[in-house]
Design a protein around this ligand. Structure first.
Ligand SMILES: NC(=O)c1ccc[n+]([C@@H]2O[C@H](COP(=O)([O-])OP(=O)(O)OC[C@H]3O[C@@H](n4cnc5c(N)ncnc54)[C@H](O)[C@@H]3O)[C@@H](O)[C@H]2O)c1
Ligand SMILES: [Zn+2]
Length: 354
């Protein structure tokens, strides 16, 4: 996994060099652009490609969780082929996590795989979705069940692109940021604890620094364990509970990062109930979440136990019907607890959010 290029204006500043550095030289450049990403991103890509001596062909990518489907991937692949993509083409995904997940998945399979790069445009994609080479679409049976590992040739994180992000997506991204800070601990955790939601403004240096730290932290973990055999599993803190909630509630009621935040609270509950963390941890986490405008409870009733059981048991980390839960002991200190019965996880959800 390559170290991300990060910074305000990084897209215009580094894309030309990244494109020129590709070996063998691509025959063509296809840019899959999230319709929500602004003209700023499009202009930066166009100019950088021109400087690299390439003409970019733009294709509209999918956005929004409901479009993260096999049908979207098929549509995108068809568009790329009709526009002349061949095996030596290069695909650049510019967008939120849905756009980068679907585009990466298409790049992994089209013509048996073409090279790709990523320029995330949402906070969530910058700190998580676009980092790490996991690509997927959702199936009716659950999230991200159909996909592949396909590592991008480069990753460019330009925090200037966040200026237009709607408040809801902004909050969702902060869910993954808090998760990463909890995993990373140290200075990252301390700066998140001392910042209020408001002071982490989009244009602030504090935000840019945190985004860089989060992306680099993830890239480092992925580099050590690219195929998620062990270490990388810890990045899924909050995701076993979070994915079940997200699928059950639907993207309108619960965005990915909001679901992850609730999932982290459930994981904290497991730690406290098993006396792996002090009892005060749960209240402290709720206070921190509230300060960062993250949810601490569900809007509406918890889905019924049968639904939760079904969704939890489809977790990709489940082993022989038993769950593996990432449990935080303290900031920077997490463990993987194996062999958790699905019914016990339903109980945790009830006691945390019911
Ligand atoms: N592959 C991974 O490792 C990984 C990790 C975490 C999350 N994910 C996935 O990421 C997805 C969520 O990504 P997301 O939160 O970015 O959602 P998203 O891609 O749906 O984007 C949210 C909305 O923001 C819009 N948007 C994008 N950039 C914008 C900008 N700069 N200004 C204004 N609007 C903009 C999009 O058009 C969309 O409407 C989920 O499907 C999740 O499973 C993947
Ligand atoms: Zn996530």
């Amino acid at each position: 996994m390559k170290t991300p290029d990060c910074g305000k204006g990084a897209l215009r500043a580094t894309l030309t060099r990244r494109l020129q550095g590709l070996r063998p030289k691509p025959t063509s450049l296809f840019v899959v652009l999230d319709p929500g990403a602004t003209e700023v991103a499009e202009r930066a890509v166009r100019l950088a490609a021109k400087d690299a001596g390439m003409t970019a062909t733009f294709v509209r990518g999918p956005h929004g969780e409901s479009r993260k489907t096999l049908a979207s991937a098929e549509k995108l692949a068809g568009k790329l082929i009709r526009k002349g993509l061949d095996r030596r083409a290069f695909v650049l995904a510019v967008g939120g996590g849905v756009c980068t997940d679907v585009t990466g998945f298409v790049a992994s399979s089209i013509m048996r795989g073409v090279r790709w790069g990523v320029a995330p445009t949402t906070l969530l994609a910058m700190v998580d979705a676009a980092v790490g080479g996991k690509t997927a679409v959702n199936l009716e049976e659950g999230k991200n069940l159909f996909g592949a590992f396909h590592f991008p040739s480069f990753l460019i994180i330009d925090t200037n692109l966040l200026r237009t992000l709607p408040a809801r997506e902004w909050r969702s991204g902060r869910g993954e940021l808090v998760k990463t800070a909890m995993l990373c601990g140290g200075a990252m955790w301390r700066s998140l604890c001392s910042a209020s939601g408001g002071s982490l403004a989009r244009r602030s240096e504090a935000l840019t620094t945190l985004v860089h730290k989060a992306a680099r932290y993830k890239a480092k973990v992925v580099a050590q364990d690219p195929q998620e055999q062990e270490e990388r599993k810890l990045l899924n803190l909050g995701h076993t509970f979070g994915h079940a909630l997200e699928t059950a509630m639907g993207p309108r009621r619960l965005r990915h990062g909001e679901a992850v935040a609730l999932g982290v609270l459930c994981a904290v509950k497991v730690a406290v109930e098993n006396e792996l963390a002090p009892a005060s941890t749960e209240a402290d986490m709720r206070t921190l979440f509230t300060r960062h405008d993250l949810p601490t409870e569900l809007k509406g009733p918890l889905p019924n136990a049968t639904t939760l059981r079904r969704l939890l048991s489809r977790d990709k980390k489940a082993d022989d019907g038993l769950l593996q839960l990432v449990v935080p002991l303290a900031p920077g200190e997490v463990v993987l607890v194996k062999g958790v019965a699905v019914q016990d996880a339903v109980g945790v959800l009830r006691r945390t959010l019911g």
